[in-house]
Design a protein around this ligand. Structure first.
Ligand code: MN
Length: 425
């Protein structure tokens, strides 16, 4: 480890903890010396070149198109169905069962394992559509209190349906892509007229998102009981938010330019099947939901979520610890609600949970909540105080699950803030 930067050591340790023999997530990336992205999986600090593994016979005899893993995104592979992804996971598990993810000999034993620092990870899927929900009771309550101090913090519809809006798919980027501070209209409380300026209240939203694995038909709802068949897997999601722009624009139609300048996903899609052991019962829903939202069994997930803030030249500092278990509405209800009117879903679509805030201080999934609208700044290890993000700050999300000797994680979902354009218009 000597000579290795703190960040690289930290990232390597995260990969070795997250990409276990149980996981085998799917991603895309450009291997050093290559020109275009291809399909990958991961084991420890190695990316798995799926095309090379196939050619080496690791995946057995396959009828799939010869170049299925040489395409820049996974959409065509995902379209083969869960049998295909489960077969790949099983074959990779068989091939690597006797090895530990931190085994230093792995790359010499298996030429289809590529050290992670020789790969530039890219968007794993083409995203046709993106929707953002608002499924955390604690987050909705915290925000309701801030924006509507008098009266019930929850609006009357909140406990009856998973509230959501259609977001912008074109600006979803993969972890590691810089996010430029946006310009926009804001109206300061003490001003009579709006001003045009770079956002002063740049925030994060800690979210958990699913990637659709199967097209549904226009006009045909997806029922809660069949929803998991339509979900290929999950990623961490940062719904970067400009609160001053959002506050001035959101009524009457909801989020727009305060959100659509960029959202970051973690590069590895962890499959629905890999997450099966980490399913838990959700919260009791009161009042009872309408019949089309009813579902049974453990449909929430127990995945710890960490938020790190890293200032230039410093190590990442942990600023929030939450968990996907705090979602009030589960993914089956989200998908059933989204399609109950006949709206169809498409392979590669991303559906994000909404900010996940825990019911305790220090578990909030956004800076506006963590700092009480800026009134209680976060103090970092070097004494620096932060309310909202400054230029060159980096935010990392991490997600990790452990149960009955099984563990897995999502790697990092990271983004650094670039300064605003000098003359945007
Ligand atoms: Mn959001």
């Amino acid at each position: 480890m000597e000579g290795m930067s703190f960040f690289k050591q930290w990232y390597k340790a995260i990969c070795e903890a997250d990409f276990t023999i149980h996981n085998f997530p799917f991603g895309s990336g450009i291997i050093r010396g290559e020109k275009s992205p291809r399909s990958l999986s991961a084991f420890g600090y190695y990316a798995i070149d799926l095309h090379a593994a196939r050619q080496a016979g690791v995946l057995g005899n396959l009828t799939w198109s010869e170049d299925i893993f040489l395409r820049p995104v996974l959409n065509d592979f995902i379209a083969l169905g869960k049998e295909a992804s489960e077969r790949v996971r099983k074959k990779l598990q068989d091939a690597l069962a006797r090895y530990s993810p931190d085994d230093p000999d792995l790359a010499s034993l298996f030429p289809w394992l590529i050290p992670m620092d020789h790969v530039q990870l890219t968007m794993p899927v083409h995203v046709p559509n993106y929707t953002d929900f608002y499924s955390s009771l604690e987050h909705a309550t915290n925000l309701g209190r801030m924006f509507r101090p008098d009266g019930d913090p929850l609006l009357p519809n909140w406990r009856h349906m998973p509230i959501g809006y259609h977001g912008r798919a074109s600006s979803i980027v993969v972890s590691g892509t810089p996010i430029r501070r946006p310009w926009g209209q804001a109206k300061p409380d003490d001003a009579a007229e709006p001003v045009f300026r770079p956002t002063q209240l740049l925030d994060i939203e800690l979210e958990f998102a699913f990637v659709v694995g199967r097209n549904s038909s226009l006009g045909q709802p997806v029922k809660t009981q069949e929803a998991l068949d339509y979900i290929f897997g999950f990623v961490l999601f940062n719904d970067w938010s400009a609160r001053d722009i959002q506050k001035w624009e959101y009524q009457p139609l909801g989020p727009f330019l305060g959100k659509n300048f960029g959202s970051t996903i973690s590069p590895w899609i962890v499959t629905t099947e890999a997450l099966e052991p980490f399913r838990i019962e959700g919260p009791v829903q009161e009042p009872a939901v309408l019949p089309y939202l009813r579902c049974e069994g453990p449909l929430n997930y127990d995945i710890e979520l960490n938020v790190y803030l890293q200032l230039p030249g410093q190590e990442p500092a942990l600023i929030s610890v939450s968990n996907t278990r705090y979602l009030y509405w589960n993914v089956c209800q989200q998908l059933a609600h989204h399609t109950v009117n006949g709206c169809n879903v498409q392979i590669g679509d991303i559906y994000a949970s909404g900010t996940i805030s825990a019911p305790y201080r220090g578990g909030e999934g956004s800076l506006i909540e963590l700092t009480r609208k800026g009134a209680e700044p976060i103090t970092l290890p070097d004494g620096t105080k932060r309310t909202f993000l400054q230029d060159h700050d980096t935010v990392h999300f991490r997600g990790f699950a452990m149960r009955d000797g099984l563990s897995l994680g999502f790697g990092l979902c990271s983004g650094r803030i670039d300064p605003p354009l000098e003359n945007p218009v």
